[in-house]
Design a binder for this molecule. Structure first.
Ligand SMILES: O=C(O)CCC(=O)C1=CC=C[C@@H](O)[C@@H]1C(=O)O
Ligand SMILES: [Mg+2]
Length: 333
């Protein structure tokens, strides 16, 4: 973010929308985000409601970059994407996967509170019936011992591409990796919620880095982290609207190396979006892809999906607080 527009300029083009989801994910059934409009198009400001202002202001920096700056030069026109499977009962897996036709990689949520290891095994087995490459995401839900047991059970019938954030802390990830489960470890929260996004890899806690544009403060910041981190990266969404997915695709398109499918197919989890659904395209390697490009929200959808007035006020207040934090950070140099 090389420019900081005035608060009025941000407010002028702001829309707050509530997007219904097809299935509960991270405990939510509607995704609320604010969209802002600038000279280069739209940007998405969508930190989850429970995030504090300090963390949320990075998301604002990303939205401003999207709307006020051009994207870095793309190195590819299509980004391979994975299907994302929430912690649904195994019987609902076919219905979820139907939204990702032709996906050859799926990310499966595991370690959901209130569920058992057997639920995870059943869900992963149901995914394996349809998709050859499977990764899991525990969102830090396991202890080291639980992770070791779970990863052995989940890879008994076939390899896992990787396990995303199996444990909560960097120390636990280092220990789990040292135990050698045979499953590569990816860091997500240990990057997006850390003061130093490079620390987990330097400490020996991850083989793969999951990077998300909004929490890192934008596409350019993501590219800088990817360049420095020294392990393969996977660009993912934060359950973004079509606008935020465009930002993630711009980041993935500009990466010199992209080995793994990206978690940018989450439009498949939204029942409604601010722009017509981006069509799936072949990724050139037999899997599912998305074409790179900005999304242009349409006015009718923005009206139809507008959040209630009290929620709009809540987002405008949050916008003002986060803008003040970015302004203060700038003047501090
Ligand atoms: O990586 C993907 O396949 C999709 C994105 C995704 O899973 C997530 C997006 C936003 C919040 C998270 O709980 C979740 C994740 O942990 O990676
Ligand atoms: Mg994750």
């Amino acid at each position: 973010m090389s420019v900081l527009p005035t608060l009025d300029a941000l407010r002028d083009g702001a829309a707050v929308v509530s997007l219904p989801m097809t299935v509960r994910f991270r405990g939510i059934t509607d995704r609320e985000v604010m969209l802002i409009r600038g000279p280069h198009g739209w940007g998405e400001f969508g930190p989850f409601p429970e995030y504090a202002d300090g963390e949320a202001s990075a998301w604002l920096a990303s939205a401003i970059e999207s709307a006020w700056q051009p994207w870095p030069r793309p190195l590819r026109a299509v980004v391979p994407v994975n299907a994302t499977v929430p912690a649904v009962p195994a019987a609902r897996v076919p219905e979820v996967l139907a939204a990702f036709p032709g996906a050859r990689t799926a990310k499966v949520k595991v370690a959901e509170r209130g569920q058992t290891p057997a639920d995870d095994v059943a869900r992963v087995a149901a995914v394996r019936e349809q998709v050859p490459v499977v990764r899991v995401d525990a969102n830090g839900g396991w202890s080291v011992g639980e992770a070791e047991r779970a990863l052995r059970a989940l890879s008994a019938d076939g390899p896992l591409e990787y396990a995303e954030q199996p444990c909560g802390t960097v120390g636990e990830l280092v220990e789990l990796r040292a135990r050698g489960t045979g499953v590569p470890i990816a860091a997500d929260e240990s990057i997006r919620k850390a003061d130093d996004p490079l620390r987990v890899v330097r400490a020996g806690g991850a083989d793969i880095a999951v990077v998300k544009a909004a929490p890192l403060g934008g596409v350019r910041r993501l590219l800088a982290v990817a360049q420095q981190v020294g392990v393969p990266v996977v660009v993912s969404s934060a359950i973004d609207s079509a606008v935020g997915i465009g930002t993630g695709l711009a980041a993935a398109a500009a990466l010199p190396d992209l080995v793994h499918a990206c978690g940018l197919g989450t439009g498949g989890l939204l029942a409604e979006d601010v722009a017509p659904p981006r069509s799936w395209v072949p990724d050139g390697a037999g899997g599912l892809g998305l074409a790179v490009g900005r999304a242009e929200p349409d006015t009718d959808r923005l009206h139809a999906l507008a959040a209630p007035p009290e929620r709009r006020r809540w987002w405008l207040d949050r916008l003002a607080r986060c803008h003040a934090l970015l302004a203060a950070a700038r003047s501090a140099g």
